[in-house]
Write a protein of this length. Structure first.
Length: 165
């Protein structure tokens, strides 16, 4: 079985696949004089490109603990995807955009800390994350409605890929 190691999110490591957001470290708040304001608003920190829709769907995603082995992957050719807001840390895989079939030898795995978000570019291979630890987590997937039926190419891998620390 092929194996990939978990990487920490960084601009350099993740930029080929998308962007990420730590909501506790995202620059100055709109209109706030300082970080002591009781309400601080940080607009437009993740922007998504939806080629065929101007409607956004917020879809809860529950992840039960399971063995971190990638056996399936998918791409969206016309839309980007955001996932995040999980109550626990998760790990997820990505593979480079530009191929109509995945190259598992180029897959990478990243840790997404609880509460953080990632934006996955169009054409980047990915699939549901794996929760870290022994308790379930819940998060959010942001896509146009019914993307899973209209812009989702799913591939089952011939050999699983184990995600390791």
């Amino acid at each position: 079985m092929r194996r990939i190691r978990i990487e920490e999110l960084s601009l350099e490591a993740f930029s080929p696949f998308g962007t990420y957001l730590n909501p506790l470290d995202c620059g100055p708040a709109l209109g706030a004089r300082d970080d002591q304001e009781p309400v601080r608003f940080y607009p437009d920190r993740i922007l998504l490109l939806f080629e065929h829709s101007n409607i956004v769907s917020i879809s809860p995603l529950v992840l039960e603990p399971r063995e971190p082995v990638v056996s399936v992957t998918e791409i969206h050719t016309h839309t980007e995807e955001a996932i995040g807001g999980f109550t626990r840390d998760v790990v997820f895989h990505v593979g480079p955009a530009g191929n109509t079939e995945p190259d598992p030898g180029l897959f990478r795995a990243f840790r997404l800390p609880a509460g953080w978000w990632v934006r996955i570019r169009r054409g980047v291979w990915h699939h549901a994350p794996f929760v870290v630890g022994s308790e379930a987590t819940v998060g959010i997937v942001v896509l146009p409605p019914a993307t899973y039926t209209s812009d989702c190419h799913v591939v089952e891998l011939e050999e699983g890929i184990a995600i390791e620390k």
